[in-house]
Design a protein around this ligand. Structure first.
Ligand code: FAD
Length: 394
């Protein structure tokens, strides 16, 4: 483990089982041999390496039998393995981890928390094997932070069919998803509902959002739903209010914390590699005290991040996970990541602003993490409400 994660100085990864470590070693090999060589090109072109990523989905990070030993009957891998699979992906590239988390976290959790036993039995294995790719359609062009009260997409029931109208924005993986969970309001009852909308539905169109300076590999979509019809059996029966939606959101806020921890580690890894190669004033820049101080701060931020992730995983495993701890961890880790990514960029000097030296990529990605799945401000308000007993959202 010390070879796999030398930055894990407080040894949180010791919690992993031997079989989990074996899979993470295989994942590392795929990342190094198949993904790393192509990421720069995909970053430039704003495309996703679907072909190479197939080696990762084939590895069985959601459904490998080794991950379910002693956990028979469960749908999800252990919380610690979830932490380190996202950490490992993000350590190479935050977009890869985000794409994976939208499917295996947001989309899959929506099915598990909202679906009927029959829906889970049908779609669960298909999502877990990536035979079907999913996503998470909540945010709208005019409603981001205020989506709870503002959700404008509507679903109206006609017989046994629902007619959905509206728009969704920023939806990761939407263009390639086979099944799109779409959240909509029933205007007659004001209930918030969720539908598993097939990607080839008539009236559904997805336009790729171009020109991002962060997470450039992730294909975020602007979705238009124009009288999309779905049968009632596509509705997830256990989602009827925004409370149900926010339960999914804070569950997956742990995933964002893990991705953030991995992004700290990636920034440190590539900055350290660069520092070891670079000479100035006739010596390696690693011999300068100011460089060592930056590296030390990056290391400290990384273990702080893993510590936050680890604690969330422990609470999840104990069934004691809740909204406020998730907000504290996500907010603090994303805030620290801005510093880590900036330090990594500084260490690489002028080269730090080129994609080739990788740290610039993390520098941009840190900004997306800061704002997605609950912005810094919204998480602050969740914590503030807990501390003061007063909601200050509006
Ligand atoms: P706004 O809500 O317009 O906020 C603008 C600013 O105002 C922010 O700084 C915000 O914090 C601040 N603000 C808002 N309200 C308050 C307040 N009451 N007090 C103080 N400050 C406030 N969504 C999905 O549904 N599915 C996805 O797969 C998905 N993927 C994403 C991927 C990326 C790369 C990004 C950038 C976003 C993604 N999102 C996704 C959407 C994301 O969750 C939203 O961007 C986020 O919730 C913020 O909404 P907004 O961008 O509309 O910002």
């Amino acid at each position: 483990l010390q070879e796999l994660y030398p930055e894990d100085l407080l040894r949180y990864s010791e919690k992993l089982t031997e079989k989990e470590v074996d899979l993470l070693v295989k994942l590392r090999e795929i990342l190094e041999t198949k993904l790393e060589p192509v990421i720069e090109e995909h970053w430039k072109n704003e495309t996703f390496p679907f072909e190479e990523f197939k080696a990762i989905t084939d590895l069985g990070l959601m459904n490998h039998p080794d991950l379910f030993e002693g956990r028979e009957g469960e749908h999800k891998v252990s919380e610690y393995f979830n932490l380190f699979r996202l950490y490992e992906l993000a350590r190479t590239d935050t977009s890869l981890a985000t794409f994976f988390a939208v499917h295996a976290g947001l989309g899959y959790t929506t099915l598990l928390q909202g679906g009927s036993p029959e829906q889970i039995a049908y779609y669960g294995p298909k999502f877990a094997s990536f035979e079907m790719q999913t996503c998470f359609g909540l945010t709208e062009p005019d409603h981001g932070s205020d989506i709870a009260g503002g959700l404008a997409t509507t679903a109206v029931k006609k017989g046994d069919t629902w007619v959905i109208n509206g728009e969704k924005r920023w939806i990761g993986g939407a263009a390639t998803a086979d099944i799109l969970p779409i959240f909509a309001k029933n205007p007659e009852t004001n209930e918030i509902l969720c539908f598993l909308v097939p990607g080839d539905s008539e009236g559904l169109s997805v336009e790729k959002i171009d020109g991002k300076i962060a997470l450039r590999l992730v294909q975020n979509g602007h979705i238009t739903l124009d009288h999309v019809k779905v049968k009632n059996e596509y509705r997830l029966p256990n989602i009827t209010s925004f409370k149900d939606v926010s339960r999914i959101l804070y569950t997956t806020r742990a995933d964002v914390t893990h991705i953030t921890s991995g992004t700290h580690a990636g920034s440190l890894k590539y900055a350290l590699e660069y520092a070891k190669e670079r000479e100035q004033f006739g010596r390696s820049i690693t011999k300068f005290q100011l460089i060592q101080e930056k590296l030390a701060r990056m290391e400290a931020n990384t273990v702080t991040g893993i510590g936050l992730s680890y604690r969330l995983a422990t609470l999840q495993a104990a069934g004691e996970f809740a909204e406020v701890p998730a907000s504290v961890a996500k907010m603090q880790n994303a805030r620290l990541l801005r510093e880590t990514a900036a330090l990594g960029r500084e260490i690489c000097g002028g080269n730090g602003i080129t994609v080739e030296h990788k740290v610039a990529k993390f520098f941009g990605d840190a900004e997306a993490i800061y704002s997605y799945e609950g912005t810094h401000e919204i998480n602050s308000l969740i914590i503030g409400r807990h501390l003061t007993g007063k909601g200050a959202f509006a």
